[in-house]
Design a protein around this ligand. Structure first.
Ligand SMILES: [Fe+2]
Length: 318
């Protein structure tokens, strides 16, 4: 599988790329079976009864475990992130080819079957998120339960605070419009990349309950201002799609999981493709050429894309 020059051009300008039908349908169905098998018998959620799928989790169904989280509207299973079957779902010949085309041939860090899954060491700081960098495989299967009759709420974007190169969201079931598939702010990667102190990381500071001004991560004022401006001036894109569709995203792209106003559970597999030499690359501050660490094919691409292609990618301005 090879990306066209137009697809690469779109990714460079907008920081995301929608790809149709990349994941194997039978493997997606198998992943759903494994997901549901993780639920205890006693759980209120029943696979064959969609009425029970409406969130939030309540009572004994709540589980605040970083390897298998069920809390509010989030259901995130990370414990099987280094099992062969889940690695096989994402680390496919096709997707690895695409990742190599973008990041460089032979430069992708391979996953470790049986290695340490994300969430093994709990949250990054007390009450904080789980660190996706502590992970030798796939991030896991991330679900968002339908919101039911909960009132609509504003979107709020972020960038990920751990060192990574290329994000992947793979839909393992159909996700309708407004179903919380993945929401992105096109072009935000080019605006946020230069505002960070480090090229890949976001610097961390100890978290103290009695000194709550800094909560784990320290952002530059430039970053915080730019993120606010992006949310005000950039229409976001809802990356809904069918089973097997994949969203690729740049590590500095503003995004969110998306609110789920549909009637079905959003089920997606999340993965990061990283360069093997990320530990060396992460020493550097943002570069004048933000594509320095990408393939020569990406760096030299300035072909542009058609209005029709941008519409297929749901770019609001197209
Ligand atoms: Fe994120």
């Amino acid at each position: 599988m090879k990306l066209s020059a137009e697809q690469i051009a779109f990714f460079k300008v907008n920081g995301y790329l929608l790809l149709k039908g990349v994941l194997d349908a039978r493997s997606c169905a198998g992943a759903q079976d494994r997901l549901w098998a993780e639920l205890p018998e006693s759980c209120r959620l029943k696979r064959d009864d969609p009425a029970t799928h409406i969130g939030p989790f309540s009572g004994d169904d709540i589980q605040d475990d970083s390897l298998h989280l069920r809390k509010d509207f989030r259901w995130q299973v990370r414990s099987f992130g280094t099992q062969q079957w889940l690695i096989d779902l994402v680390y496919t010949k096709d997707l690895v080819e695409v990742a190599e085309q973008l990041l460089g041939e032979g430069l992708i860090e391979p996953p470790v079957v049986g290695g340490k899954p994300m969430g093994s060491e709990g949250p990054a700081w007390p009450g904080g998120p789980v660190d996706p960098a502590v992970n030798q495989g796939v991030r896991g299967i991330y679900c968002t339960l339908p919101y039911g009759d909960r009132p609509r709420e504003p979107d709020f974007s972020h960038t990920d605070g751990h060192p990574m190169c290329l994000g992947v969201v793979g839909l393992i079931d159909d996700v309708p419009v407004d179903g919380g598939a993945f929401r992105v702010w096109p072009g935000s990667h080019r605006r946020l990349y230069p505002t960070c102190q480090m090229q890949y990381d976001q610097p961390r500071i100890p978290y103290y309950e009695h000194l709550p001004s800094h909560k784990g991560i320290v952002h530059t004022p430039e970053y915080l201002r730019e993120l606010e401006t992006i949310m005000a001036d950039t229409p976001s894109v809802d990356c809904w799609g069918g089973q097997g569709d994949v969203i690729l995203w740049h590590h500095r792209l503003a995004h969110m999981a998306g609110h789920n106003y549909s009637q079905v559970i959003r089920q997606a597999v999340l993965h990061d493709f990283n360069r093997k030499d990320l530990d060396k690359l992460r020493l550097d501050p943002p570069q004048a050429d933000m594509w320095r660490d990408w393939s020569s094919e990406v760096r030299s691409n300035n072909t542009g894309y058609s209005v029709e292609f941008a519409r297929e990618q749901r770019l609001p301005t197209a």
